[in-house]
Structure formats: structure tokens, C-alpha cells
Design a protein around this ligand. Structure first.
Ligand SMILES: Nc1nc2c(ncn2[C@@H]2O[C@H](COP(=O)(O)OP(=O)(O)OP(=O)(O)O)[C@@H](O)[C@H]2O)c(=O)[nH]1
Ligand SMILES: [Mg+2]
Length: 211
């Protein structure tokens, strides 16, 4: 019997993620994984992105959730191909989940791959997935302390999205603190505020992604 330590599992995950990334690069695919708290607006933002980009690019979206096909069905309405992974009791996707999907796909068909991770700000920090960029999404409804209290994903992300700014006046959340916290944790991170409801700054986010 072989008992793997957590560190070994993460190392194996990293190797597989590197293989996935090379495979995506070899097929000229731009790839992004989206992490963030439950209900922060990951799917809503992907819906908006798919709505704007599905004419221009052939998009594949892989959605991770404990159960259901709700998110994949939502995004599919905007002409992106979707695959839903149900993780059961696992609180994050890992490279093995992505490998299972990618290995059976004709990757030449796609231009962009998005992966929406299971909603939470903790577990996804343990596993990289082999994408070009990681995007972390929080919203102002989670309170201005959410970034300060969950620094891990901000350390390892390229773009931080603060969503639901259409609700700012009503909630009075300290947006400046949230932006400063993200920059303090990771000076290289791009911070952008959005509203998936009104579409505010979605174009700018797409630009930041280089799409
Ligand atoms: N007012 C407002 N509501 C939003 C915005 N973005 C998302 N919502 C709403 O917030 C709720 C959760 O949005 P989702 O897109 O499902 O969030 P999620 O991060 O994908 O959630 P999980 O996949 O369950 O982790 C939905 O009712 C959305 O309509 C926004 O910018 N403004
Ligand atoms: Mg979702």
C-alpha cells in the first residue's frame, strides 16, 4: 500500500497541471480559472463574457460544483460549450478533474477555456489547474474584510474582481479597503470592480484577460 502525504498529492497535482498547461498552449488555447466565494458572481460574470465573446471565439467552460448542472446550463445559453464536474464532498477542483476532461477533447476546436471552480475562498488554493491566469472573484456583499481574511487565493491570482458594485450605495462597503488589501497581499495583482448585473467593466475585464 502507498500512502501519499498531502505534500506529495500537491506535487503530483502540480506536475499534471504543467502537462495540462503545455497541452493547452500547444493547441493555442488561452485558459483561465475562476475562483471565489459562493455566490460572488463567478457564473454571472462568465455568462456576460460568453455573451460578448462566443461569436469571436470557440469557448469551452468547465464548471465545478458539489452537485447539479445549474451553472453549466446557465452559461450554455450564451453559446459556449460547457461541461459540469460534480465533486461530491470535495471543495475544489484539481488537475486530475481537468485532465479527465481535456484528454478526451479535440483541443484544436477551441480558442479559450474557462474553468469555474467550486465556490469558496480556501480549498482552491491547494491545487493549481494548469491555466494561463487565475482570476479571483469576491463581491461587496461579503463585506470589506473578506480579502484581508482570505489572502491565499489573492497571493496566487493574476486578477482580482470585486463584483456587485451596483449595490455599493445601498451597502456602503469600503471598496478602497478591499482594493488596498488585494494590492497589499499581492502587489502584482490587477484589481477591477464589476457588476455582472449592469455589465459595468465587463469589457475592461475581458481586455485585462487579453481576449
Ligand atoms: N446585484 C448583483 N447581483 C449579482 C451580480 N453578480 C451576480 N449576482 C447575483 O448573485 C447571485 C449569485 O451569482 P452566481 O453567478 O451564481 O455566483 P457564483 O459565484 O457563480 O456562485 P457559486 O457557483 O454557487 O459559488 C445570483 O443571484 C446573481 O444574479 C452583480 O454584479 N450584481
Ligand atoms: Mg457559479
Amino acid at each position: 500500500m502507498v500512502v501519499q502525504t498531502k505534500k506529495q498529492v500537491q506535487q503530483d497535482n502540480e506536475l499534471l497541471a504543467q502537462k495540462i498547461h503545455q497541452n493547452l498552449i500547444d493547441n493555442n488555447i488561452k485558459s483561465f480559472d475562476i475562483v471565489g466565494a459562493i455566490g460572488a458572481g463567478k457564473t454571472a460574470i462568465l455568462e456576460k463574457i460568453a455573451e460578448k465573446l462566443a461569436q469571436k471565439y470557440k469557448i469551452l467552460v468547465i464548471c465545478g460544483d458539489i452537485t447539479t448542472r445549474v451553472d453549466a446550463n446557465r452559461i450554455e445559453q450564451y453559446n459556449a460549450e460547457t461541461i459540469q464536474i460534480n465533486t461530491g464532498r470535495e471543495c475544489a477542483l484539481n488537475a486530475y478533474h481537468i485532465h479527465q476532461i481535456i484528454k478526451n477533447k479535440d483541443l484544436e476546436k477551441y480558442d479559450v477555456v474557462f474553468i469555474e471552480n467550486v465556490g469558496n475562498l480556501i480549498c482552491p488554493s491547494e491545487f493549481i489547474l494548469g491555466t494561463d491566469k487565475r482570476i479571483v472573484i469576491v463581491s461587496i456583499t461579503e463585506g470589506e474584510w473578506v480579502i484581508e481574511k482570505h489572502p491565499m487565493l489573492f497571493k496566487m491570482s493574476d486578477i482580482a474582481v470585486i463584483n456587485k458594485i451596483d449595490l455599493l450605495e445601498r451597502l456602503g462597503t469600503n471598496l478602497g479597503k478591499m482594493t488596498n488589501d488585494a494590492k497589499k497581499i499581492n502587489p502584482n495583482i490587477d484589481v477591477i470592480t464589476t457588476s455582472a448585473k449592469t455589465g459595468d467593466n465587463i469589457e475592461k475585464l475581458i481586455e485585462l484577460m487579453g481576449l
